[in-house]
Structures are given as C-alpha cells and as structure tokens.
Design a protein around this ligand. Sequence first.
Ligand code: SAM
Length: 229
Amino acid sequence: MSEDRDGTSAPESAANELPRERAEMVDRQLRDRGIRDPRVLAAMAETPRERFIPPEREALAYADRALPIPAGQTISQPYVVARMTELLGVEPGDRVLEIGTGSGYQAAILARLGCHVVSIERQPELAATARERLTELGLGDMVEVRLGDGSVGDPGGAPYDGIVVTAAAPAVPPALRDQLADGARLVIPVGPRDHQELLVIERNGDRSSERSDGPVGFVPLVGEAGFPE
Ligand code: SAM
C-alpha cells in the first residue's frame, strides 16, 4: 500500500470514508425521501454495501443508483432496497422468501431485521458468492441461498410471511400469490422488460388486495413464470 504525505495509506483512507458515506446515504437517500421504518433505517445503516459489490467499484458503494455485479446482473439502488423492505412489513422471526439473491444485499437487510430468509438465485456464480459473503458477515444462519428457478417460488416451504421478488416479472406468478401466509405481502415489479410497476399484493383469507407503489426498472425474472431466456 502506498503512503500519502500525511502518513495514511490511500486505500485505507478511502475505506475509512465508507461508514460516513453510509450514514449520509441513510439520511439523504432514505430518510429525506420518506423511508420511515426505524428498523429498516437501522438495518441499512449497519450493513456494509461495499461488501456486496465487486472491489473495483467499492468507491461507488453508496452512490444513489443500482450497480453492475457479475453475470450481467445488478445490485439494486439503496432506496429501492429500503422501500421494498418497508413495503414487506415483516417482523423479527418471520419467514421470508426472496427471489433473485443477486449480490445477497437485500437478503442481508432482511436478516438484520431478524427474518429467516430463503433466497433463490438462478445464476450459480452469484448464489455461491452471496452465500460466502453472508457467512462472512455472520448472517449465514439467517439466510439459506438456493440455486434454482424462483419464478415458481418454494411450494415446499410455503406459506411465507413475506415474499420479495427483485427481478421484473411479465405478470404476477400465480404460485407466489398462493405461497403467501394470511396477512402476508408479496412485493414484486411487474411489467415489460424496460419499465415496471412495483406491486404490493396482500393476502387476506381467500381474498387479496393489490396496489402499485410506482414505477421501477429491474432486470428480468427469467424462468417458467418469468420471461423466456
Ligand atoms: N436482490 C439482489 C441484491 O440485493 O443484490 C438484486 C437482484 S438483481 C436486480 C436480480 C436477480 O434475479 C439476478 O441476480 C438474477 O440472476 C435473478 N433472477 C432472475 N430470474 C430468476 C429466477 N427465475 N429465479 C431466481 N433468480 C432469478
């Protein structure tokens, strides 16, 4: 490591900025834009996003945007992760199904809220890296990362207290609706490949309500109940 004239090494001083940038991200990108749930804000403040992105992009860890990760995929914008988490409305001890593990960041936030997470990813490379990272951060016991097509959910593990889909579906996969516990919510981006609406579906007995939280843009859900490859 090279030393600056003041005696601190350049990479270390950059790394030391990250906790401050994380706190600023929580204030400016989340709290100022209406994220209210103190547990979600705390989980976002405690989770090092830089650990979920390729090292060469570490300096962008708290940028207000999605970032590329391997396999042509993305880690979502911090605001979107916080908003989807808030919309799920989960409690400590709840069982949550995530479709689209990606980097593992969304799963880490849910685990920090005290949820037991089953997270399904179709890209083997991403599933393996996310599993490693979550273990290194001490969250391995709270998150089970599985390899497979999550568009059909996890019938064997249902019902879930919350289901979050972090890839865009052409329509709501019927299996995911069926796998909600009574009172649970499914948060899912639905629409064509280039723009979607973030839908919040809540099951109440035999009925379910549905509303849009607004426009979003996600990479496609690819699989049986998603887009073709
Ligand atoms: N939640 C992730 C995070 O925190 O980094 C971001 C996920 S990224 C926007 C979407 C992910 O969904 C990609 O990793 C992609 O491979 C995955 N995916 C797409 N279709 C899938 C499917 N049918 N089953 C499981 N994962 C899928």
